[in-house]
Design a protein around this ligand. Structure first.
Ligand SMILES: [Zn+2]
Length: 609
């Protein structure tokens, strides 16, 4: 139950949505949808260059604190010298540019006279060049939702970064196959009214993008970031909401977290808390003979923080306490396992006695909190200093930060929010002029309202709303437009059969090539296969990699007479005349060699009905 009054809280929320386009790479001719394995690798150490404007922003500084080497895996079909940053980028892919302009027009955005690519500094290694290329293709658009218009501040065409394949000590391994895939980025104004409205907004943007028929589908092809703030709070960017369903919970928990932090700020002021510096002591000897297995024999450092006792166990939202939040912040800076503090249940660790002793050594009063870290001196000092820095910052209210969405609807600290001084012009890519005549010629797809009304007529209300929300909307339209098959069968396949196979047979349906679906429905149209054989064919194709025609050719032929024999045997064995039971048993016996329809006919014949 949500009992928060969002307007009264000064709730502000906007979305940033990234979606991959179904084209080749943005700045070279490499493939974007392959199942290749890497064939070689290169190793790089990224130079810590400041942006050409001179200033290193806080996000960049945060990454610099963690010296790293980068390994890039090379994929023959989906990476070339451009991805390796050994050849300048080619001119922007015209298909991708065209799709991004179409999207801009759909959102009634103002398209610039010239598309100019910029460099956005990225020093986490996910771009070999040290920056991401991005260009604005639309500004100041809007679209309607049930709660009024949502403004679109910007639509951009940009390149995807590398994905992390592995992190090991001081080294991150990236894949070059993903680098350079075109993305369209849509940023909304903070016009969203509530958590549920955030979901509706994301869903509608998704449908509009899908209705172009030119965006990729599946996990990873879409990224949804949510920006949230409340009155006296600050903008937090929550990254990586994979599932639409999670968006309302993410937003709500973030509002609660900001409210919780504001409450703690007030409490600190009431307690007369002033910014502190801490004195860190070596507490190894105190824990020398401790009963705690996780601490015994470890190097341990401790500090007291005055006047904050009790606050670390305050709940910020449904999932995290202030202690969790601060530990997460320290962990993002220093890779320490555990920070234990006096607001925790010390009996659980069996270290009450040790903490009593520590209090004496540190001269800690009841109102003071004591924290320990088990790590070497340098790491422990960094971790405890991160803790006190975060505690001191509580006086400022909510820090502007980027957080990572968690599965349960909560989020955790990633890094400070990047500053604005990150962009400078990409001189290797020529600007693209966009004549007004070209924009006028762009044909808009059918509007969502019209599409829904048409589909409701064609396949009924329920299937229509399901297929509209489905990732397979575009391929459904393509198949049902191209082949003379029952559209309801096609819709039911994508909204029911395929999701069921995903769950029951544990297959990754995103990996099935669209041509497989096309081929299956082409054969269905010709009467070469029966509807109920489709799951079997999909599974065979998925598991063996055999083509649809190979699978059908390999299917053992069976005569009507043979089917009848099986049916007779089943009736004799089961001693029943219940048609459903007989069909069910016969199907098991025939293992897909005959369709349900053929078996049903045989049963009727045998039973003389
Ligand atoms: Zn390439």
């Amino acid at each position: 139950m949500d009992n928060l009054d969002y307007p009264a809280l000064g709730f502000k929320c906007g979305l940033e949505i990234h979606r991959r386009l179904k084209t080749k790479k943005l700045f070279c001719n490499c493939e974007t949808e392959t199942e290749e394995t890497p064939k070689s690798e290169i190793k790089r150490k990224l130079r810590a260059v400041a942006g050409e404007l001179g200033e290193i922003d806080p996000a960049a500084l945060h990454e610099l604190g963690r010296g790293k080497e980068f390994v890039y895996k090379i994929y023959p079909k989906s990476s070339c010298l451009v991805e390796m940053d050994e050849e300048p980028p080619h001119s922007a892919n015209s298909d991708a540019l065209g799709i991004s302009l179409l999207v801009s027009k759909m959102f009634s955005a103002k398209i610039p006279d010239e598309v100019l690519f910029m460099r956005k500094t990225v020093i986490d290694g996910s771009n070999t060049s040290g920056f991401q290329r991005t260009a604005i293709v639309g500004l100041d658009g809007k679209f309607s939702t049930s709660q009024g218009f949502i403004g679109i501040t910007n639509i951009s065409l940009e390149e995807e970064s590398c994905q992390i394949l592995e992190t090991r000590d001081g080294e991150t391994v990236f894949g070059l196959n993903r680098l350079g895939i075109p993305l369209v980025e849509i940023g909304t104004a903070p016009d969203i009214k509530s958590p549920a409205h955030a979901k509706e907004t994301a869903e509608k943007i998704g449908m509009l993008l899908k209705s172009t028929g030119k965006v990729m589908r599946g996990i990873g092809t879409i990224r949804q970031d949510v920006n949230v703030s409340i009155k006296d709070g600050a903008r937090t960017e929550i990254k990586g909401a994979q599932d639409l369903k999670m968006i309302p919970e993410l937003v709500r928990q973030e509002v609660l977290r900001q409210l919780g932090l504001l409450k703690i700020k007030k409490e600190l002021e009431n307690r007369g808390f002033k910014r502190e510096e801490i004195k860190i002591i070596d507490a190894t000897s105190v824990f020398k003979n401790t009963a705690s297995n996780i601490l015994r024999g470890k190097e341990i450092y401790a500090a007291k923080i005055e006047k904050v006792s009790g606050l670390f166990k305050e709940k910020l939202n449904d999932f995290r306490t202030l202690g969790n939040e601060i530990a997460g912040y320290a962990r993002a800076k220093v890779k320490v396992k555990g920070i234990i503090h006096s607001d925790e249940d010390l009996a659980k660790y069996g270290i009450e006695k040790e903490f009593d002793e520590l209090r004496k050594i540190l001269g800690a009063k009841d109102a003071d909190l004591v924290a320990i870290v088990a790590a070497d001196k340098n790491m422990a000092e960094n971790a405890l200093n991160a803790v006190i820095n975060r505690v001191n910052a509580l006086l400022d209210g909510i820090p502007k930060e980027t957080r990572r969405a968690l599965q349960n609807g909560d989020s955790e600290f990633m890094r400070p929010l990047p500053g604005a001084a990150r962009m400078y012009p990409e001189t290797d890519v020529a600007p693209v002029e966009i004549p007004r005549a070209i924009i006028q010629k762009i044909n808009l797809p059918e509007t969502l309202d019209k599409k829904l009304a048409r589909l409701e007529k064609e396949i009924g209300k329920e299937l229509a709303s399901q297929i509209m929300a489905s990732d397979y909307l575009d391929i459904f339209e393509e198949i049902s437009g191209k082949y003379n098959v029952d559209k309801r069968d096609v819709a039911a396949f994508f909204t029911n059969t395929l999701p069921n196979l995903k769950v029951r047979e544990n297959i990754d349906a995103d990996k099935i090539n669209e041509n497989v679906f096309m081929e299956i429905f082409a054969l269905l149209q010709k009467g070469r296969i029966q509807k109920d054989k489709i799951p079997h064919i999909i599974l065979q194709n998925y598991r063996t990699g055999k083509s649809v025609s190979e699978i059908i050719a390999a299917a053992p032929k069976i005569s009507g007479k043979e089917i009848e024999d099986v049916v007779k045997a089943v009736i004799a064995r089961e001693k029943t005349d219940k048609i459903n039971v007989i069909i069910g048993e016969a199907m098991k016996e025939l293992k897909g060699k005959a369709s349900g329809k053929e078996i049903a006919e045989a049963v009727k014949k045998v039973l003389g009905k």
